[in-house]
Design a protein around this ligand. Sequence first.
Ligand SMILES: CC(C)(COP(=O)(O)OP(=O)(O)OC[C@H]1O[C@@H](n2cnc3c(N)ncnc32)[C@H](O)[C@@H]1OP(=O)(O)O)[C@@H](O)C(=O)NCCC(=O)NCCS
Length: 145
Amino acid sequence: VTDLVQIDALTGPQTDQLCEFYRNEWWSSGREPDDVRIMLASSSVIVALAERESGRLVAFSRILTDFVFSGMVYDVIVAPEWRSRQIGRRLVEAIVTHPRLRLVQSLRLCCLPNMVPFYEKWGFQVIAGDLQWMMRSQRTAVEAG
Ligand SMILES: CC(C)(COP(=O)(O)OP(=O)(O)OC[C@H]1O[C@@H](n2cnc3c(N)ncnc32)[C@H](O)[C@@H]1OP(=O)(O)O)[C@@H](O)C(=O)NCCC(=O)NCCS
């Protein structure tokens, strides 16, 4: 079994691998490498796993947080060739037990209904009631360039 290490920042090659992850997922396929670099520099906490020897990126996630009231978990992704080998479990466990997030009162995330049973393993619950997510598009991908 390949030895994995947890990392909190990405090297250049790992950033390229993250861009490859993003190209394959439905919510992130249009992300430009320059924007991804801004995102990495600006996220509160990066939780990722890499192969110890090769440094290859195996799993990624990131959190935006105020470190006390709330945190939002984004971009939970395991490399396709590593899926169904308990890596996602290791990644989410590393998020919910992260030392820098220990004071945060609640973590939130947004997912498709078929992912609910996955996150429920760690105590995430669907938010019941009349609260609605709202969104305003601020910038198109073209403007980003
Ligand atoms: C979702 C994802 C992160 C799971 O990672 P993974 O390494 O394949 O999952 P694991 O092998 O660690 O699975 C851990 C447990 O969750 C379960 N699980 C995995 N995917 C699941 C799903 N979609 N729904 C319900 N349970 C799931 C597994 O059966 C396993 O259960 P067990 O421990 O009781 O055997 C991975 O499939 C992925 O990157 N998918 C594409 C990106 C994505 O959709 N991310 C989520 C965005 S909200």
